[in-house]
Design a binder for this molecule. Structure first.
Ligand code: N01
Length: 544
């Protein structure tokens, strides 16, 4: 490692990723703290998730007026959302608008992937290696006192290793790396593998655009209608008028939604009372079904089963062919223990003549052939395969960077048995590295922009505090990390969440350690804990 004198000047901070997190992080550090910051982004545009996920039907499962930044009242007033659940292109336009409005682009380097980072103990800074250019051969080494990972929780795509994929004569795409020019499905026979939130959003659109769609389902899912609709000028104006109250409620809510946790308990309600609540929420649509039905939905198996059975009843009533309806009924996990999808006409789509459902739990996929997909029962000939097979969630994107902390310890080694963090914000042994919505924080269990803003503000306040005191280095203490990891585990055990083979526990990636990764205790409680840590002079951190 070279000394400070013969290396380029050290940046104050380096941010990785230009999604919701990275853009706001850059703005806070540069424009409020006046730091010298650079942001590196692998894509050729800003937007993160909304840059990469351009698959047919991609839209947000949170409503536009609260799936947005709250930090700038001017931004809130000048931007008008056009529908309840914004489509991917609209969110991408919004993030581009943010990048322009706050003049962020001059400090963003696109088409540059952060490949490796090593902590220089003597200089208390990170040496970061980037890769760019067609073959990824060009790059540079930069040094930064602080590194903030804003790489996202769902950004490292999972393309299962099916035999024969390289011999497939048609085209195939992963939903998380969709071609910018789009895909013309007209006249095509399409296979869709995966029925998570993405597959469920894509199914009705693919069915409408293609000649024939075959959906390969491994695990049936519980989906609730979104009830999307355009936002009228009156509704948009009303939202603008009430933004402050909306944001305040989001901050106090365990899920980051503009409604508080319900104190209504289903265990005390009759079947009729429960069903009336479910029916009301079904008609209203969206994730309220999970967040606002009953306070004991996620910790009482009987209560959860009543919600699950209500949804199964809706599936049976919607899907005309009883055998297909039966295949679509989820039985292997409690409702909500996998991130629940919301949809527009998902179940209705299976009534179309050009749609077929294949159960690959019963008859697994054996291989991809030149002409299609072979299961243990049949070969399905298709022209295009769409992989809606998800992500190496919460850890994949960070582990793709060769990170080396104190004593040359790699993050891959440290996290071999599952991610370990203090508050999802820092990792013992990796000083001056912060993770926005890292594992161990509520992140993916919330409306993300609210969780993101809380993290970005906590991290920038922390960096400001350190600089005011000339403290060069901050590192999570191992004992604080251990205590937090145990707390995250204990909290999860009080709920039904660990009962599912979900990506929350890494079950979708062969060989990944099974650890429940997000903090289930609620964003409101988590926020209080983070504030308390800061108020106590960053309790649990070693300062040097
Ligand atoms: O991915 P998933 P996703 N053979 O992992 C199946 C967010 N999101 O992209 O359940 C056959 O949920 C897999 O089957 P199984 C949201 O947080 C947000 O849909 O593992 N099938 C499953 O059905 C969401 O949760 C929005 O048995 C295979 C599917 O592929 C997260 O992204 C919109 C397979 C993967 O489902 C991920 O959702 C969309 C194999 N080998 C998504 N491997 C918003 O609106 C996997 N599968 C913000």
């Amino acid at each position: 490692m070279s000394s400070r004198q013969d290396t380029p000047p050290v940046l104050d901070a380096l941010v990785i990723g230009a999604g919701f997190s990275g853009l706001y992080m850059l703005h806070r550090l540069r424009d409020e703290l006046n730091l010298d910051v650079r942001l590196y982004e692998a894509g050729d545009g800003v937007g993160g998730t909304w840059y990469w996920n351009r698959y047919p039907g991609a839209r947000c499962d949170s409503e536009s007026y609260y799936y947005s930044y709250s930090f700038s009242p001017e931004l809130e007033q000048e931007w008008t959302w056009t529908s309840k659940y914004p489509e991917q292109p609209e969110i991408l336009r919004y993030l581009n608008h943010v990048a322009d409005r706050f003049d962020l682009r001059r400090d963003i380097q696109l088409e540059t992937r952060v490949e490796a980072a090593r902590f220089d103990e003597a200089a208390s800074c990170w040496e970061v290696r980037t890769k760019r250019g067609e073959g990824g051969e060009c790059g540079e080494t930069v040094r930064a006192q602080f590194v903030v990972s804003a790489v996202g929780c769902l950004s490292s795509g999972n393309l299962p290793k099916f035999d024969g994929l390289d011999r497939f004569e048609g085209d195939y795409y992963h939903t998380g790396a969709w071609p910018h020019e789009g895909v013309d499905f007209s006249g095509k026979r399409v296979a869709l593998i995966g029925t998570g939130s993405t597959g469920i959003q894509a199914t009705p659109v693919l069915a409408a655009e293609s000649d024939h769609l075959t959906v390969f389902q491994r695990t049936p899912n519980f989906s609730v209608p979104a009830r999307n609709a355009p936002l009228s000028p009156e509704e948009a104006a009303d939202i603008k008028q009430h933004y402050r109250e909306i944001r305040d409620t989001c901050r106090q809510s365990p899920f980051g939604f503009p409604y508080l946790a319900t104190e209504r308990m289903a265990a005390e309600a009759t079947t009729e009372e429960r069903n009336a609540v479910y029916e009301d929420l079904w008609q209203r649509g969206g994730l309220r079904f999970l967040a606002a039905s009953f306070g004991d939905l996620m910790d009482n198996e009987d209560v959860n089963e009543s919600a699950a059975e209500f949804i199964r009843g809706k599936i049976r009533a919607t899907v005309k062919d009883p055998a297909v309806a039966e295949m679509l009924l989820p039985h292997d996990h409690p409702y909500g223990t996998k991130r629940p999808p919301i949809d527009t006409d998902y179940y209705e789509t299976f009534n179309r003549d050009n749609v077929r459902l294949v159960d690959v739990r019963k008859a697994p996929i054996v291989e991809i052939t030149p002409r299609g997909i072979r299961t243990t029962e049949a070969e399905h000939e298709v022209d295009v395969i769409v992989f809606a097979t998800g992500f190496d969630a919460m850890t994949g994107a960070l582990l793709n960077i060769d990170l080396q902390g104190i004593g040359g310890q790699t993050l891959r080694d440290k996290w071999e048995a599952g991610p370990r963090t203090y508050l999802g914000l820092q990792i013992a042994g990796f000083p001056n590295l912060f993770t926005v919505t890292g594992p161990g924080s509520p992140s993916v269990l919330t409306n993300m922009p609210v969780a993101i803003e809380q993290h970005v503000e906590w991290i920038s306040d922390c960096i400001a505090w350190l600089r005011e005191r000339d403290i060069a280095r901050i590192e999570a203490r191992s004992d604080a990390e251990e205590e937090w990891v145990n707390h995250v585990y204990d909290q999860a055990q009080t709920t039904l969440y660990p009962k599912a083979n979900s990506w929350y526990v890494g079950a979708n990636i062969p060989g990944k350690s099974r650890v429940f990764m997000p903090f289930v205790g609620g964003l409101d409680i988590y926020r209080e804990r983070c504030n308390e840590v800061a108020e106590k002079g960053y309790e649990g951190f070693e300062l040097q």
